[in-house]
Write a protein that binds this ligand. Structure first.
Ligand code: GLN
Length: 257
């Protein structure tokens, strides 16, 4: 009798210990899960490769800050072409996209966006050393314009060409850096890209902004559609950051004169 009671007591204790251990294992691993942030670091000042080789920028600081506020301690940056970001998110290779990505109805069909954190228009840039000075989209007729694959600039130009039946040759690049290099080398006539990035390129390369097309695009971070917990936490953190002095500090750091 005493022996049975002893065995029963031991079994109960073992079960309790196993239960507690399992609970902690699950919660600990949850807390330590690394969030993989996908980006395409060819888009200064939002994301670019610093001299020491690390990926930095406004988006990188903002998403890290937001994720830390949301309780995610481990954040890993994963670099790839812009066009690969949405498929990578869908395939579970990354958990968040932070890439100056415009919130569009087409993208919203496949991913979930956070609240917007930035607004931009599109710029057309040309080489300083050429004498090509377009003032509007029609002036690009007969010319070759570079864009990055999968971007809103690419979609906008394609749609414009189709609707207005103008002969603009669109050349797609895997990265805006490559497009701007071709522009500088005289292989193409113009590049269309987001205004703040165009401005940064005018500081680094002999290019100038010829004109701006008002598109009023808004950037958001993207997560998988079923990742509602992550999305809600990110939105709460973003609202908090945007209403705090941290926001002004971040803006000053990357956009300050
Ligand atoms: N904002 C543009 C888009 O979403 C370009 C983004 C980028 O090239 N990183 O398509």
């Amino acid at each position: 009798m005493a022996k049975t009671a002893l065995i029963a007591a031991v079994v109960v204790i073992v079960v309790i210990i196993a239960g507690v251990a399992a609970y902690y294992a699950v919660h600990k691993s949850k807390g330590e899960k690394c969030i993989r942030v996908g980006t395409s670091p060819d888009f200064p000042p939002f994301e670019y490769v610093a001299k020491n080789g690390s990926i930095v920028g406004f988006d990188m600081d903002l998403i890290k800050l937001a994720l830390h506020k949301a309780g995610y301690k481990c954040v890993k940056i994963v670099s790839m072409d812009f066009d690969s970001l949405i498929p990578a998110l869908q395939q579970g290779k990354i958990d968040v996209i932070a890439a100056g990505m415009t919130i569009t109805p087409e993208r919203e069909k496949v991913v979930a966006f956070t609240i917007p954190y930035w607004e931009v228009d599109q710029a057309v840039i040309v080489s300083k050393t050429s004498n090509f000075r377009p003032a509007k989209l029609e002036d690009l007729a007969g010319k070759t314009v570079g864009v990055e694959t999968g971007t809103t600039a690419s979609d906008y130009l394609k749609k414009y060409v189709k609707e207005h039946k103008v002969d603009i040759k669109i050349k797609e690049y895997s990265s805006y850096v490559l497009a701007v290099q071709d522009l500088v080398n005289g292989r193409i006539d113009a590049v269309m890209l987001d205004v703040p990035v165009a401005k940064m390129f005018t500081k680094k390369y002999p290019v100038i902004i010829a004109f701006v097309v008002k598109t009023g695009e808004k950037y958001g971070f993207a997560v998988r559609k079923n990742d509602t917990e992550l999305l809600n936490k990110l939105n709460t953190a973003l609202k908090e950051i945007m209403n705090s002095p941290e926001w002004n500090k971040l803006v000053e750091k990357y956009f300050g004169s």
